[in-house]
Each structure stands twice: as structure tokens, then as C-alpha cells.
Design a protein around this ligand. Structure first.
Ligand code: ARG
Ligand code: ZN
Length: 874
């Protein structure tokens, strides 16, 4: 049944303490749950209804006595509880089957170890409980298991007791000193080893940091540990938030639905976001690990110390924590140019993933009003757009004002379960003189209204007065359930670049009306506006730039974000002209010349050059169109890339030679930027070689592939061969598999590269089908399923959207197959056809049919059903 935000009611009971006792066994784990409850005096008296899912109930006792109960669906209902408000004891004994848990929610087994995932509603798969985030309890957890098979027994908080039991078993008892909602509960049991680090925080307290992995993986934990130490130091330095635990643990598992989970004191991570060394992980992996380790650590305050009142408030913790991890990575990157690179990368994610979501059938506000399945709302809107909303608050109150706001937020709400409104109120109240305080009710529309606002800007210069007038108007298209929108508060950072390339004025305009005019005095003739600098708001900016203006911004803008943006606009304009026109495209000298001067620039960073020289993604180009033929978009982008490859061949060769080797491997922004640019150059050189039939560069790429001293260079060389369709690609792929057959995360790259390769005559789908038969393929492992199936269906539009509909048939088969195994993974895959309405025929009709085929399956999970129903709704 659909759940509505407006229906929120406080819980009828509070749970003060929980004592859990586990007898761990893969086939049948026994769970004894002893709780102290009391009635909530603020709520009318009513029965206790406890959530449960796939549990076997053995016994229920109240205050030590047997009691009557009944089932209401999967809920356990107790009606004959003691009257009054005195605490009483409830004891529930259940069993569950972790080995059969393929959904990876609740307690499950992965590689012979036990793990849990409780957010959002997995705790009910472990025991009957009030599985909602506003019920916060103190936990004591006893784990019992075979000592040889499960030597390490972990849960939240502090280890208070451990020892041996009969029959080769042992036990450990953990006490969490902090009250928490049950979604933050965790346990781990298995054969694990830990990298350890003792640290002291500013107040002089000692803490133990641990990163637990499987025995062979210890040599891949250094970066995660460094990232964790940096996170602890950063949160204390930037926000005064110190580590509040004696022991902070990270555990890696290779079977995990998402990236990682912030369980109090016991974070559980997908191995993808922990394990790295230079031989197996790329620069991107290293930087993702830094972000995700930071993200989960920062949740300890924003999420755990202050949590969500209900799941509609998810962005309270996720938007804020993404903002914090983005700021963390920027601060670690150091220099302004490296910060800008990180900002551009973050905006690229927002625009290629969140903007389409906001314009499609799953569009929802940052604080949704309804859901069928909460797991479907761990989205780029809640996370990334939510982070942009927090960022705009910081923009409106300033960096120090924002830190003051955070302090007030913790003064007011530490230990509570609160709402998005509470957060915004605290930031505003700490800054009573700010525009945020003044505009707060209107600003909060960012939480309630879905859709990406459009800002249309127009310029007029008065030659007599020298006044430059910018007209700004905003609108927002309808989204499901929201036909009309009220104006947003849109901070627009701007600058004006004079004809000599120098900045003549700059400022911040806060747009609040449907339309406004901004007047800038004393502007020279021929000035060019630089608008929405640093991407100061998550909007689409329309301004009719001429090529000359964009070229000027690309050359002179002091704002690196808009400098990059000017290059992207030049490229998008050319792509759109070709798509709307004959489909043929000949890149003009002005564009090629501009790209050349960026590539050859004396002072720009390699990382920045790589971003400018990378063409906008096919999905981003597709978003600019009303009707999309993905194969045409792909063909046009490929053709642009080929022309850039050929026209700039000497420049690419120069770039490759000057950036390829930089000594000992370090994953810092400067050297990873050099590797990225060298990789991009090599790809273009191999593409140019394919057109000319020359074998020199493919040969060099193959040599590089074999000799590389790190995974970034090796994988970039392999990818250059695969992407450019060289004959050498096959033998390189085979060799790569052979070298890394025992490294699951590297095999994921191997699958993903093949499934994501450019389509040549429809060759990718058969290749994907064949890879599904590969002995290393396993659809039950989410990382592996994503690396093959998602890389094809969600990340390779040119190959997936086939006129013969075979891609869609494959998609619907996999959605249904996965749904029976793991609904969360299936539902993510189901979203690959979100934007089907924009497709050109015959794809549109075929896609609709494929979705209807899935929707027609009788026993679908809520997860998939919600996605396909919304996709078909009109
Ligand atoms: N809170 C986690 C994070 O963002 C994500 C957990 C999502 N889990 C899920 N089953 N939907 O760090
Ligand atoms: Zn999070």
C-alpha cells in the first residue's frame, strides 16, 4: 500500500532498551529479542503492531508470561498488554535463514560470513520490532557462533565481554553507548582480518579505527584507512564534530546492494568502496573510496546523532551528508583548480542522472510526499539534488554562517529524530540577517516541488548609459502530481567579461520572482555574461550565447566551472545541429582550434583539460531533445570524437607523451589528472588510427597495457583498444582476464568494459548474452550483475536501444529474473527505461511493450511494481 507523508503519526509505544541474542547459523539463526517498552503518553491507547518479514515466530512473552497475539499480514499484533505507562518487558523468539536471504536485506551470508543491512526496513527481517527511525533504543547484543568458522564477532558500540562456549562455539557481547533507530543496527561474523590504527582527537581522547576485510585483502586497505583518518580530522576541523566512539569499524563485503552503510560504529561497505591498491584499482576507485568512507563517517553526526523522523525526511541525512562528503573531497583536493575539477564532476553526475530523473516518471521532490517502496527513494534526487539544496543554503548564509547553523542544529536536535524543516530552520535561525532567513518559506519549495527549474536569461546593453541589463525569468515544468509550480529561490553567481577578456563586474543575484531584471552599471560594449558560476543552483540556464561569446568564456572566464561549461555548450550546440539536421557533422575550425588551445594550454591543469576535452555524455545530449533516437545521438557523438581524434592528432600525441609517466604511483589530484589526460589522448590516438588504418598507436597502447605499473594506465590502455575497435582488443581482454582472474573487482571492470563498448553492427547484445554464460558471471552478486547487465542497459544507450527491440526483451527478462532474487537490484535495472516516452519510433512502442510485459507479471515485488507502474502512468 502507498504510504503518505501527511499520514505521519508518532509511535504508540517507545522501545527503551533492546537485548538481542543471536545463535548464528547459516541455515537457521535463532534470535532472542528482549525489549523494554512503554506506551507513548502522547498517543491514544492502541494495540502494539510490530513489523516483521520472513520470520519464523517461536515464542512471545510479556513480563515473563506467555501472552496472546495475532498476525495482521506480516505484522505481529499484541492487544493484551499492561495498561498504563509503566515500562514492561517483551520477549520475542524467532528464527530466520541467512543463507537463503538473496535480497541482501536483514541478516545474510556472503562468502561464508554473516552481514546485515537494515536501512531502510531490513531490521524487521531479523526480529519483530517498531521498524521506524523515530523509535530510538539502547542496544546490547550477544553473538554466539562456531569459533573456527566465525572467529570475528562484531556489533555496534563497545565489546564488553567475550569467551568460549561448549561444542567449539564462542560468544561476544557488545553494548552501544548511544541510542539509535534500528536501521543503524549491524552485526558481522566471519573470518576477517583488520588493519588497525590508533588516533587521538583534539580533546585528547584515544580511538581505535579498524578496517576489516577477508584475509587476502589486507594489502588493499591502506587507502580506506587513510581516508577514514582524514575524515575524522576534517569533521573536527571544519564543523567541530569529533568522533564520539572508542572504536570505529569498517567491514567490507562483496555482496552488497548499495555503496555502503553508516551503522553506528560498524560501517558495512561494498568491497568496491574499500579495497584498493595501485595494481587493482583506478584513480576513480581511489577517489570514490575517499568520498564513500567520508560519507559514511560523516553520517555518524548527520544521520546517526540526529536522525530522520520518518523516511520522507531521508534527504535530511543524505542530502546533507553528500554535501559534506563533497566539501570534504574539495578541501582535501586543496588548490582552487582541483576543487573546481571536483565540482565539475559532481555537477556532471547531477545533470546526467538527476535531471533526467526529475523530468521522468519517477520524479519526486527532495522530500517526497508518497512512496510504495522506500528503497526506490534512495535516488539521485534525494542524494545529489538534496546536496545542492544544502549547498544553496551555504551560499546564502556564507561558509561561516553555515558552520554556525550546523552548531545550532546540533544544540537543538542532538539525539533526536527530526525533519528537513528543522534543519533549514536551524541554518536560518543561526543567520538572522541572511537572505535565507528572509526567504525561508519560499526557499523550502526546494524540498516540496519536484522538477528542474529553467532560468531564461536575456541581455540588453545601453550604449548611452553603459548599463548592462540582464532579464531573468524562471519556470518549472509539471511533474507527476504537481501540475503547477511556484517560483523558487535561485542564487545566481554571475560575472561580466569585457571584450579584452578581463572581468569588469561580478556578484550574486538571488532570483525570487518569476521574472526580474538585474542591472549592471558601467559595462563596456561587447561584454559577455558568465552566469550561474560554480553551478550556484541546480537549474537549467538558457542564454542564447553566440559561438564567439562561448569561445571568449572558454578562453577568459575566471570561473573554472563556467569555462568548462562554455566548452560543453559549444559541443552540445554542434551535436544538436547535426542531430536536427542531416546527421552529418563537420566540426568547424573554431571549435577544433579552441579545443587545441585548451589541450596545449601552458598553465591549465591536466585534470581540467581532460574534462574540457571530454564531449558531453550521450544521455546529456539526449536530455536536450524532445524526441530521441539514441543510435543517432551515439553516431553523432562518435563522429565528433573521430574528428577531434584526427584533427588534433599531433596534439594528442604531444599530450600523451608529456603526461604518460609520472614516477611512483600516487592517487593525488595532480598525478591522477595527468593519467586521465594521457588516457584520453591514447583513446583518441587509437580512434584516429582506426580511420587511417595505421598500426603504430594501437601497438603502443597494447605495449602500455602490458607494461603499465598501475591499474589506471593499464585499464585506460585496454579501454583505448576496446573503444576504438582495434583487433588487438580481443587478445588484450583475454590477457587481462587471465591476469586478474582472482580479483573480483577487476573482473567487474572486465565485464563492464565489454558491455559498455561502442556498438558496431549490433555486436554488443550478443556479446553480453555470451558473457552471461561465462563461468565468472553470477547474477546473484549485485556488483557482477551491475557490471554486465547495467553497463549494457543503463550505460550504453547506442547499443541498448535497438530498432529490433532485442535490447528491451533482454532487459525485461533480466528485470523479471532479478526480481525473484533481489528486488532492489531489479528495481534499479527497471529504471533503465524511465525515459521511454522520449524515444523515437519504433523504439518507443517497443519499450512500452517491454515495460508492459514486466508490469503484467503477477508476483512482482513492490520495488519493481512501483517503477513500472509509474513508467506507464499518464
Ligand atoms: N544510508 C546509506 C548511505 O547512503 C545507503 C543505504 C541504502 N540502503 C538501501 N537498502 N536502500 O550511505
Ligand atoms: Zn548516506
Amino acid at each position: 500500500a502507498v504510504i503518505y507523508r501527511a499520514d505521519y503519526q508518532p509511535p504508540p509505544f517507545w522501545i527503551d532498551t533492546v537485548e538481542l541474542c543471536f545463535d548464528l547459523d547459516p541455515a537457521k539463526t535463532r534470535v532472542l529479542n528482549r525489549m523494554k517498552l512503554r506506551r507513548n503518553p502522547d498517543v491514544p491507547q492502541q494495540p502494539l503492531k510490530l513489523d516483521g518479514d520472513e520470520l519464523n515466530l517461536a515464542r512471545v512473552m510479556v513480563n515473563g508470561q506467555g501472552t496472546s497475539f495475532r498476525m495482521e499480514g506480516s505484522r505481529l499484533v499484541l492487544e493484551n498488554l499492561p495498561e498504563g505507562y509503566e515500562p514492561f518487558e517483551l520477549e520475542i523468539f524467532t528464527t530466520c535463514s541467512p543463507a537463503k536471504n538473496t535480497k541482501l536485506m536483514g541478516l545474510y551470508v556472503s562468502n561464508d560470513s554473516f552481514f546485515t543491512q537494515c536501512e531502510a526496513e531490513g531490521f524487521r527481517r531479523i526480529t519483530y520490532f517498531l521498524d521506524r527511525p523515530d523509535v530510538m533504543a539502547s542496544y546490547t547484543v550477544t553473538l554466539r557462533a562456531d569459533k573456527q568458522k566465525y572467529p570475528v564477532l562484531l556489533s555496534n558500540g563497545n565489546l564488553v565481554d567475550h569467551g568460549d562456549l561448549d561444542e567449539g562455539r564462542h560468544y561476544a557481547r557488545w553494548v552501544d553507548p548511544f541510542r539509535k533507530p534500528c536501521y543503524l543496527f549491524a552485526l558481522v561474523a566471519g573470518q576477517l582480518v583488520a588493519r588497525e590504527q590508533k588516533i587521538a582527537t583534539r580533546n585528547g581522547k584515544e580511538h581505535l579505527l579498524q578496517v576489516y576485510v577477508r584475509p587476502g585483502d589486507l594489502d588493499k586497505t591502506e587507502h580506506a584507512m587513510n581516508s577514514l583518518m582524514a575524515s575524522v580530522a576534517w569533521d573536527e576541523a571544519r564543523f567541530g564534530l569529533a568522533l564520539d566512539l572508542e572504536r570505529f569499524m569498517i567491514v567490507a563485503t562483496s555482496d552488497f546492494n548499495m555503496g555502503a552503510m553508516e551503522n553506528k560504529g560498524l560501517n558495512i561497505f561494498n568491497t568496491k568502496y574499500v579495497l584498493a591498491n595501485q595494481a587493482t584499482a583506478t584513480d576513480t576507485d581511489f577517489s570514490n573510496i575517499e568520498s564513500v568512507v567520508g560519507h559514511e563517517y560523516f553520517h555518524n553526526w548527520t544521520g546517526n546523532r540526529i536522525t530522520c523522523r520518518d523516511w520522507f525526511q531521508l534527504s535530511l541525512k543524505e542530502g546533507l551528508t553528500v554535501f559534506r562528503d563533497q566539501e570534504f573531497s574539495q578541501d582535501l583536493a586543496g588548490e582552487a583548480s582541483a576543487r573546481a575539477v571536483k565540482r565539475i564532476e559532481d555537477v556532471r553526475v547531477l545533470r546526467t542522472a538527476q535531471f533526467p530523473e526529475d523530468a521522468g516518471p519517477m520524479a519526486h521532490p527532495v522530500r517526497p510526499d508518497q512512496y510504495l517502496e522506500i528503497n526506490n527513494f534512495y535516488t539521485v534526487t534525494i542524494y545529489e539534488k538534496g546536496a545542492e539544496v544544502v549547498r544553496m543554503m551555504q551560499t546564502l548564509v556564507g561558509r561561516e554562517g553555515f558552520a554556525r547553523g550546523m552548531t545550532l542544529y546540533f544544540q537543538r536536535h542532538d539525539g533526536q529524530a527530526v525533519t528537513c524543516e528543522d534543519f533549514a530552520q536551524a541554518i536560518a535561525d543561526a543567520n538572522p540577517q541572511s537572505r535565507l532567513h528572509e526567504l525561508l518559506p519560499q526557499f523550502k519549495r526546494w524540498y516540496s516541488q519536484a522538477g528542474t527549474p529553467r532560468v531564461k536569461a536575456g541581455a540588453h546593453w545601453d550604449a548611452v548609459t553603459g548599463q548592462y541589463e540582464l532579464s531573468l525569468s524562471q519556470s518549472c515544468p509539471p511533474s507527476p502530481g504537481q501540475p503547477a509550480k511556484e517560483p523558487f529561490v535561485i542564487p545566481i553567481a554571475w560575472g561580466l567579461i569585457g571584450p579584452d577578456g578581463r572581468e569588469v563586474a561580478s556578484g550574486m543575484h538571488v532570483l525570487t520572482q518569476a521574472s526580474e531584471t538585474l542591472t549592471i552599471p558601467g559595462a563596456p560594449a561587447g561584454a559577455v555574461p558568465s552566469l550561474l558560476r560554480g553551478f550556484s543552483a541546480p537549474v537549467i540556464l538558457d542564454f542564447d550565447y553566440t559561438d564567439e561569446q562561448l569561445l571568449a568564456l572558454l578562453e577568459h572566464d575566471t570561473d573554472p566551472f563556467n569555462r568548462w561549461e562554455a566548452g560543453q555548450r559549444l559541443a552540445v550546440n554542434r551535436a544538436l545541429a547535426a542531430i536536427h539536421g542531416s546527421g552529418e557533422i563537420v566540426l568547424d575550425n573554431a571549435f577544433i582550434g579552441a579545443m587545441r588551445s585548451i589541450l596545449r594550454h601552458r598553465t591549465l591543469d591536466a585534470a581540467f583539460k581532460e574534462l574540457v576535452l571530454t564531449l558531453p555524455a550521450e544521455t546529456y545530449i539526449a536530455e536536450q531533445l524532445d524526441v530521441v533516437d539514441p543510435q543517432r545521438v551515439h553516431a553523432v557523438r562518435e563522429s565528433m570524437r573521430e574528428q577531434m581524434a584526427t584533427a588534433l592528432q599531433d596534439d594528442w600525441a604531444w599530450a600523451y607523451e608529456h603526461h604518460k609517466d609520472n614516477g611512483a604511483y600516487r592517487p593525488d589530484p595532480v598525478s591522477s589528472g595527468r593519467r586521465a589526460l594521457a588516457g584520453l589522448a591514447l583513446t583518441h590516438l587509437c580512434i584516429a588510427a582506426r580511420s587511417s588504418g595505421d598500426g603504430v598507436w594501437p601497438g603502443k597502447a597494447y605495449q602500455r597495457f602490458k607494461d603499465a605499473s598501475n591499474m589506471t594506465d593499464r585499464f585506460n590502455a585496454l579501454s583505448a583498444l576496446v573503444v576504438s575497435g582495434q583487433d588487438l582488443a580481443r587478445s588484450a581482454l583475454d590477457k587481462f582476464h587471465c591476469m586478474f582472474k582472482d580479483e573480483p573487482l577487476v573482473l567487474d571492470k572486465w565485464f563492464s568494459l565489454q558491455a559498455g563498448a561502442p556498438d558496431r553492427g549490433g555486436n554488443i547484445l550478443p556479446a553480453v548474452r555470451q558473457l552471461m554464460q561465462h563461468p565468472d558471471f553470477n547474477i546473484r552478486n549485485p556488483n557482477r550483475a551491475r557490471s554486465l547487465i547495467f553497463s549494457y542497459c543503463s550505460a550504453n544507450p547506442g547499443a541498448f536501444h535497438r530498432a529490433d527491440a532485442a535490447g528491451y526483451v533482454f532487459w525485461s527478462d533480466r528485470v523479471m529474473e532479478l526480481d525473484a532474487i533481489n528486488p532492489q537490484v531489479a528495481s534499479r535495472l527497471a529504471r533503465a527505461l524511465d525515459r521511454w516516452r522520449k524515444l523515437a519510433e519504433p523504439m518507443r512502442g517497443a519499450a512500452r511493450e517491454a515495460i508492459a510485459r514486466v508490469a503484467g507479471k503477477p508476483d512482482l515485488s513492490n520495488d519493481v511494481r512501483e517503477v513500472v507502474t509509474r513508467a506507464l502512468a499518464d
